[in-house]
Design a protein around this ligand. Sequence first.
Ligand SMILES: *Cc1c(COP(=O)(O)O)cnc(C)c1O
Length: 277
Amino acid sequence: MTAAPGLLLPSPLQDLGGGVLLKRDDLIHPLLPGNKWRKLHRNLAAAEAAGASALLTFGGAYSNHLRAVAAAGRMRGLRTIGIVRGEEHAPLNDSLAFCAAQGMELSYLDRGTYRRKDDPEVLAPLLDRFGPAFVVPEGGANADGVRGCVPIAAEITEPYDLLVCPVGTGATLAGLARGTGAEVAGVCVLKGAEYLDERVAALQREAFGESGRNWRIDHRFHHGGFARTTPELAAFTDAFAAGHGWRPEGVYVAKALYAVLRGGLGAGGRTVVLVTG
Ligand SMILES: *Cc1c(COP(=O)(O)O)cnc(C)c1O
């Protein structure tokens, strides 16, 4: 992203020993960490190529994606509009306060309407109200978002047998897998989200015209669901932080690390875990 100085690319590799390496995408940029930068930069270029002066996007009240869009819009001189799932709460939580401080205009949709946010019937009134804007889907999960994740694997200079990443929308997994001939396992952080298997295949078809067979989603490590935790996961995260001097992000990254370091995912081979944020 040309107008964001100080991007750390390629992101560093960290050897944990025992055949496990970390690809530290969380270090790419302090305000645009990890897969959020990967998924946004082509969308930003597309918005600018289309002559857009505003970005409109969607997310939950603690969405890392909303934060990243707010920060990227500010860096690129684009207006940003964030449509938040659920009711407005005063005062804003830290995440939304950050968005507002970056200049993002926030608006709220009740959960039922939010579910239909990609319908023209819901989208058109939003665009009428906020003015013309380039729409980035929730999580940056569109073809450009997926394509932005393709180069990650080629940056890995050590041999590996398995690549592991956390899965929210699956856009990162879809692009990551496209960029390697090796096996890729996504660790799903949502409970009961088996529909994501088809969603990732659809994202690959949208981005590349075909879907590959070198990836799978592991649904065993959600620890109760999105943003939920278990005593095992909390203890693991504390021990990891104490042992390595940094605390992995809790909603996504800790679950992927747990799957590999405690759950036996990739055991016996060389595994790279993508630290997405
Ligand atoms: C948003 C996010 C994800 C989810 O990535 P998807 O491409 O939506 O699957 C994973 N890790 C972190 C740290 C995130 O912020």
